[in-house]
Design a protein around this ligand. Structure first.
Ligand code: PNW
Length: 505
C-alpha cells in the first residue's frame, strides 16, 4: 500500500495529536458493574424493536473489564503508536442518579486508572463529558434536554469531572455531536428519548418542529455553564482547554446557481452553525431566525453575555461524509421530511447524487459517501467562519457490514477500502494544514469494531476486528497502515515488530 508524504515535508506539526476515538456506551459494556446507574441507552436498547439486530451495549466490547483485567486495549493503542485517545465518561457511572444521588466512587476510580495508565504510556486523554448517554433518572424526573433543569445537572456533573480528573486531563469536550443527538432523539425519533411527530417518524408523542430546537437550546446553555465553571474554577490552575464536538457534513451546492449555493449555506446553518454560532457569537444564525420565527427559542441578554464570555477553546469536528444540496425555497422539492426539504430543515434538500452520479463511493451506511475533498472544504469553511479557531478532527472513519457469519477471514482483515478512505481523508487534512488551518489533532473512528447504535453490531468501524463470541481483537490491515502513517509523519519508531502482531499482512 502506498504511503504518501515525505517525513521531512510532513505538514503535521510535531505536537499534533494522532489518536483513535471511542465512546462509553459503544465500548465499555459492564452496564451494571460497580454501581453504575442506568442510562437512556440502556433503557432504549432494552425495549424490543429499537436496535436492528436486537442487541444492546450490556457487554459491548467489554472495554471496562478488559482494561482492568489485561490492559489489552491500551496495548493495541501503544502498538499503533498513537499519542492520544479520545473517549467519553459515562455520566451514569459517575452520578447514577444525576445530582439527585451521590457520587459513585467506583466510577471515579475506573476513569482515574484509565487516565493514569494512558499517561504512563505517553497517551494524552481527550475526554468527552457525554457522548449521547445520560442518566435515565434525568429523563424520568423532568424530560432531560427538554427542561432547563438539565442545565443544573450538567453543570454539577461537569464540575465533578474537572475536580477529579482535570489535574491530568488537558482536553475536554462538553458534548459529542449534540446536533445528531437532538435530530435523532427529537425530530426523527430513532434515538432515545424516541420523540417525534407522525409527519417525521413513527411516533406521535413529540413535536418534531419545536422539541429539537428546545433541546438544542438547553444543550447550548449547558455547554456555556460547564465552560463557565471550567474557566472560573479550574482552567488557570489545570491549564487545559475545553471545546465541543459537532457532526459536520460537507454540503456541496448541486449547481452554481445562487439558489443552490444559498441552500447549501442554509443546510450548514441548520445542521452545525445552529450550535456553533450561539456558542461562539452569542446568537443563532440569521437565516434560522428568519425561517423559524418564534419557534426558535431566544437567549436573554444575560445568557447572550455568558455565551460570548465563555465560548470555546477549540472546535471538535466529526467528519465522514458529503451531500449535494438543492434549493427548496424558490423551487419545488417533492421529498419528504428527513431529507432537508422542509421548513424545519431550512428548505435545503440533501441528495447523494447529481445526474445519477453519486458524490462519492457509497458504503455500507446510507449516509456515508467517500468524498475526501469534503474534508478539506469543511475545514476551510469552519476556519473562515470562526476565525481560524483551533480545530481537532475528533472522528473520521469507514465502515463495512458484518462478515462474521464467515468467521475471521482474510477478507474481514484485509480492509483495503478502509485504507483507501483513511489515506484520502488524511491527505485532505494534510492539505488543509499546508493552507494554514489550525488543526491540532486527528482521531480515527475507531480503535475496535463496536456497538453502532441502532445498527447494533451489524456495522464495523474498527481498525481491529472484534470476534463477538470471544471478544478477541485482531488487527486489520488498516491498523498497520495507521501505525506506519503515524511513524512516517512523526519520525517515531514502530514499537513492536509487525511480524508477530500483524501476521496476515
Ligand atoms: C458518529 N452523519 O455518528 C458518532 O459520534 C459515533 O458514536 C458513531 O459510532 C460514528 O459516528 C459512526 O456512525 C455519526 O450523518 C452520525 O454524517 C451521523 C453522521 C456521522 C456520524
Amino acid at each position: 500500500l502506498p504511503l504518501k508524504g515525505n517525513p521531512n515535508a510532513s505538514p503535521f506539526p510535531s505536537n499534533f495529536l494522532f489518536g483513535t476515538a471511542s465512546s462509553s456506551y459503544q465500548f465499555e459494556g459492564a452496564f451494571l458493574s460497580d454501581g453504575k446507574g442506568l442510562n437512556n441507552w440502556d433503557a432504549f436498547t432494552h425495549k424490543p424493536g429499537n436496535i436492528l439486530d436486537g442487541s444492546n451495549g450490556d457487554i459491548a466490547v467489554d472495554h471496562y473489564h478488559r482494561y482492568q483485567a489485561m490492559i489489552e486495549d491500551l496495548d493495541l493503542m501503544q502498538r499503533i503508536g498513537v499519542n492520544s485517545y479520545r473517549f467519553s465518561i459515562s455520566w451514569a457511572r459517575i452520578l447514577p442518579k444525576g445530582r439527585f444521588g451521590s457520587v459513585n466512587k467506583a466510577g471515579i476510580m475506573h476513569y482515574n486508572k484509565l487516565i493514569n495508565t494512558l499517561l504512563l504510556r505517553g497517551i494524552q486523554p481527550f475526554v468527552s463529558l457525554t457522548h449521547y448517554d445520560i442518566p435515565q433518572e434525568l429523563e424520568n424526573r423532568y424530560g432531560a434536554w427538554l427542561s432547563p433543569q438539565v442545565q443544573e445537572d450538567f453543570k454539577y456533573y461537569a464540575d465533578i469531572c474537572f475536580k477529579y480528573f482535570g489535574d491530568r486531563v488537558k482536553y475536554w469536550s462538553t458534548f459529542n455531536e449534540p446536533n445528531v443527538a437532538v435530530i435523532r432523539g427529537y425530530r426523527t425519533g430513532v434515538y432515545p428519548p424516541s420523540r417525534c411527530s407522525s409527519s417525521f417518524g413513527n411516533c406521535t408523542d413529540g413535536d418534531s418542529e419545536k422539541e429539537p430546537l428546545i433541546a438544542a437550546h438547553n444543550i447550548i446553555l449547558s455547554h456555556a455553564d460547564a465552560v463557565d465553571i471550567y474557566r472560573t474554577k479550574y482552567q488557570k490552575q489545570q491549564g487545559g482547554s475545553i471545546g465541543i464536538v459537532m457532526n459536520a457534513i460537507w454540503y456541496e451546492p448541486i449547481s452554481e446557481f445562487l439558489e443552490n449555493k444559498q441552500a447549501a449555506e442554509r443546510a450548514q446553518a441548520f445542521y452545525m452553525n445552529w450550535f456553533l454560532d450561539p456558542i461562539i457569537m452569542g446568537k443563532y444564525p440569521e437565516v434560522m431566525q428568519e425561517i423559524l420565527g418564534s419557534n426558535l427559542p431566544a437567549f436573554s441578554n444575560h445568557e447572550q453575555e455568558k455565551l460570548k464570555r465563555t465560548g470555546l477553546d477549540f472546535i471538535g469536528i466529526n467528519h465522514y461524509t458529503s451531500f449535494y444540496v438543492r434549493d427548496c425555497m424558490f423551487s419545488v422539492c417533492e421529498q419528504g421530511p428527513g431529507t432537508g426539504s422542509s421548513k424545519t430543515e431550512g428548505f435545503a434538500l440533501r441528495t447523494a447524487t447529481k445526474n445519477g452520479v453519486s458524490i462519492g463511493k457509497p458504503t455500507a451506511l446510507d449516509w456515508l459517501y467517500v468524498h475526501p475533498q469534503g474534508m478539506e472544504k469543511m475545514i476551510a469553511y469552519i476556519k473562515d467562519r470562526y476565525n481560524n479557531i483551533p480545530m481537532f478532527i475528533t472522528e473520521n472513519g469507514f465502515c463495512e457490514s458484518d462478515k462474521s457469519e464467515k468467521g475471521l477471514t482474510e477478507e474481514s482483515l484485509n480492509d483495503a477500502n478502509r485504507v483507501e478512505y483513511l489515506s484520502g481523508y488524511l491527505d485532505a487534512v494534510a492539505e488543509a494544514l499546508r493552507k494554514g488551518a489550525d488543526i491540532r489533532g486527528y482521531f480515527l473512528w475507531s480503535l475496535l469494531d463496536n456497538f453502532e447504535w441502532t445498527l447494533g453490531y451489524t456495522i464495523r468501524f474498527g481498525i481491529h476486528h472484534v470476534d463477538y463470541t470471544t471478544l478477541k481483537r485482531t488487527p486489520r490491515t488498516s491498523a498497520l497502515w495507521y501505525q506506519q502513517f503515524i511513524a512516517n509523519h512523526t519520525g517515531s519508531k514502530i514499537l513492536m515488530p509487525s511480524k508477530t502482531t500483524f501476521q496476515h499482512h
